[in-house]
Design a protein around this ligand. Structure first.
Ligand code: NDP
Length: 247
């Protein structure tokens, strides 16, 4: 069931996070939006509320543990609980290893890996206290297969896969009633390519996306499906891509 669930979404200022927030709010969820661009969050939250939905927002950087604590607090203050945390914030600075873009490697690790860990650390105490909760994380098809140019990005998404699978197992073993879902999008039309600074990698990805990318609303519908699944059910290992995707 989605109606009245409180869903915290990181990376909600664009792309998959924004599309998921809008869809879930239309389906009756109370959404709490987090990202760094506060003006975007404010506009999205206002437009959700103008349509009759419930939305709160807080500017946050997932790399800071205190910001993750703050968005959970904001959700509790406004809506009284948290049912789902959708760990979606990420960046994809694709480049060959030989380009040695070490600052981008570190940023990807900080946001895509530590951001997920910070979100889990912030929400798990509440989930344990409530004896219920759901963690949804975004890996990627690059978290399932190796692709040239994606050594570091793919590595961060392989981490998400491993981490979420162990979290699923441990939650079952501990009887904590924490549901887990990991989703693996292929090429999705969002702002993600804007984070690629290597000109050759950027051109190649642009070409690939122009042929195969699908809309973030398609991913949002899978997020909604995972939340809507019966309360004793985990939806795991979903890849989402176009029928034309050959890789
Ligand atoms: P977007 O670039 O549109 O969205 C990324 C979101 O992450 C933005 O809202 C951005 O907001 C937020 N974000 C980035 N860094 C931080 C940070 N430090 N703290 C808080 N928020 C942050 O791309 P997508 O919607 O495509 O990306 C969403 C997720 O989907 C990512 O994890 C990505 O890796 C994954 N994915 C995307 C695919 C695609 O083809 N698009 C394919 C497979 C996976 P802000 O800048 O305001 O902070």
């Amino acid at each position: 069931m989605i109606e009245n669930k409180v869903v915290v979404i990181t990376g909600a200022s664009s792309g998959i996070g924004e599309a998921s927030a809008r869809l879930l709010a239309r389906q009756g969820a109370k959404v709490v939006l987090g990202a760094r661009r506060e003006d975007r969050l404010k506009a999205i939250a206002e437009s959700i509320e103008a349509e009759g939905g419930s939305a709160a927002f807080v500017a946050m950087d997932v790399t800071r543990p205190t910001d993750n604590d703050a968005i959970i607090r904001r959700a509790e203050d406004r809506f009284g609980r948290v049912d789902v945390i959708f760990l979606n914030a990420g960046l994809m600075p694709t480049s060959p290893v030989s380009a040695l873009k070490t600052d981008e490697w570190n940023a990807a690790i900080d946001i895509n890996i530590k951001g997920v860990l910070n979100g889990v650390a912030a929400s798990m105490p509440l989930f344990l206290e409530q004896k219920s909760g759901q963690v949804i994380a975004v890996s990627s098809v690059a978290g399932l297969k190796a692709y040239p140019g994606s050594a570091i990005y793919g590595g961060t998404k392989w981490f998400v896969r491993d981490f979420m699978e162990v979290l699923r197992m441990e939650s079952a073993m501990e009887g904590s009633n924490i549901r887990t879902s990991t989703i693996y999008p292929a090429a999705i039309n969002t702002e993600l390519l804007g984070g690629i600074s290597d000109p050759t990698a950027a051109a190649a990805m642009k070409n690939l996306y122009s042929q195969h990318a699908i809309s973030p609303e398609r991913v949002a519908s899978v997020v909604s499906f995972a939340i809507d699944a019966p309360e004793d059910t985990n939806i795991n290992e979903f890849t989402i891509g176009p029928t034309s995707q050959p890789w």
